[in-house]
Design a protein around this ligand. Sequence first.
Ligand code: SAM
Length: 669
Amino acid sequence: MKPNTPWRPARAAAITWRTDGTPLANDFDDVYYSRENGAGESRHVFLAANGLPARWESHRGEQFTIAETGFGTGLNFLVTWKAWQALAVPRPRLHYVSIEKFPLAAADLERAIAHWPELGEAGKELLAQYPGLLPGQHRLVFEGGHVVLDLWWSDIDEALEDLASLGSPFVDAWYLDGFAPSRNTAMWSDTVLQAAGRLSRPGATFATFTAAGAVRRGLEGAGFEAEKFPGFGQKRESLRGTLRRSGTAASATPELAWDLPSECPATPASALVIGAGLAGCSTAHALARRGIAVTLLDQGALASGASANEQGVLYTRLSRRHAPLTDFALQSFRFASRFYSQLFAAGTLKEGVDGLLCGCFHTSSNTEEMAQLAEPLAAVPELARVVDSSTANRLTGLQQSSGGYWYPASGWLHPAAVCRALAHHEYITLHEHVGQVGLEVENGIWKLTRDGKVLAEAECAVIAAGTSSPGLAGLDWLPLQAIRGQTTSLPRSEMTAALRAVFCHKGYIAPARNGQHCIGATFDLGEETPEVRQADNRENLARLAEAVPAWAGELDRLDPDQLPARVGFRYATPDYLPLVGRLPDRNAFLRDFASLRQNARQHIDRRGQYVTGLYTSTGHGSRGLTSTPLAAELLASMICNEPVPLDRSLCRALSPARFLIRDLRRNRI
Ligand code: SAM
């Protein structure tokens, strides 16, 4: 997705359904899997020829990673997941990365999966989380994180090049499953096969249904030893093989490699997470579910800072053009919505008390934008659609006159309940009210100190302390700005009880929680007044009255002085993307990339120096409910040396070091 190109969904696969129920791809005139028995073919060609499931039993690492070229109907993934389920515990976590340029529309996926009742619940779970045609990368988490599926809706060349450019081989087994090489050379080019070699861990294997000589030669050229084996059904021969040399370094890209760390520490066994708001709790949770012992600390109570509002909205924002801000807003929104719906489904969060994914309507007066987005959005109904005012009123129960966007998977949450649910884990030890603390490192061990005493220590530290983040470990150079926001509590009345969904106008209101609607919020950049202001309550009421004139009379009769209110400070960055990732060694950056001051476009053949074991997730502004779950996955994946859930350009757009590079280029530091 190139920045500044028109926002478009991924192009759906055009499919013809044969009478026997198998799908055929019109553009390639080829089948997705064997017409004789697709699941049997998956087991024979992809699992068995890669030595699975036996290899999982002897696998020494915590995680086994499969990469697939062509996700198609997800049949290979589902068959693999079922085989993994049959393994005795303990078993390695299964990470499955699949690249697909023409994803199936959700209805086609449903039809394809219905053909395989033997895949049972796994198929239903895949469908429930399927991102449809939303472009970008999608991390789907199953089995409490023991099975992870990364879907990259991308051309194969771009995705593999992007992953290989990170220079960290991670693949244990390849499923090479493009259509027949004669019908789709792009999936079997030397560039693709070379990238597969570069991404392979020592001892990685591959398997494919084809035995084409060109594919064999390409794989051998990429470092694999290849052999033929009997194919499935009527297919006489197929190919399998093993990498005979270790994966090679990153390919040279025209981009500066400041985002790639010069050293990657081993996966730690323990972590400190400083700050028990949404950013800290979700990071602690993501690390704990990977088996890392986490000490989670907060100077005050859990969820007492920016995460203390009674109700928050799972907010996202569309745009006519691709940009890191839009792409991250949409990808993190879909991830968060899946994440919370799993917590509701598991009973960890209670519907109506801890939140409700009841849908959300955003008013818009930008008719031109709505007209332009209506068509692309029609292909991603799970994400959003353009609605007129009467449809909006039917969906929300309101009487108002604006059209806008309807987000069916959105809703509201009680952030403290989310924090509590996430912090409740056998690998997390929570310490609240620790007061003002310091962070030091000694011989690679991070120590949290207070009054000269060590409170806790661990192999790595994550700073997620919102307002106090800059005070820790010399981070005062991070360009975080405080935005004061006041919310007002509005008692539920007969009038507001009609509200069935979240309503975002210049402010927001959600269906009541415990008899109160939390409405808001004001937005005051750089303001530091912590006291509640009557004028701000009035502003919140006035905005709501303006958006819902039918409510104006009753709202007008309320005394703003009598309404409970709360002031919070969100921390945002100048580009409104959060700061998520490794923390740079500032002095080393200023030294190593100094010549950018003279020539901003200069290529410097150097990686970035980062403070070993120090990370952050902060600057989420008012979108913490939306951005922190995916930010936590990103951080945990980086810390545990796993494939990351976002492409390199988005990782760079979130990296805290981006501001050092930006300021060097502008000759400001
Ligand atoms: N593994 C799939 C399954 O289990 O259903 C079947 C994959 S099917 C044989 C090949 C897939 O490759 C199709 O889904 C097709 O859309 C995808 N594909 C074709 N050309 C591509 C390209 N250039 N980049 C990425 N994917 C591509």
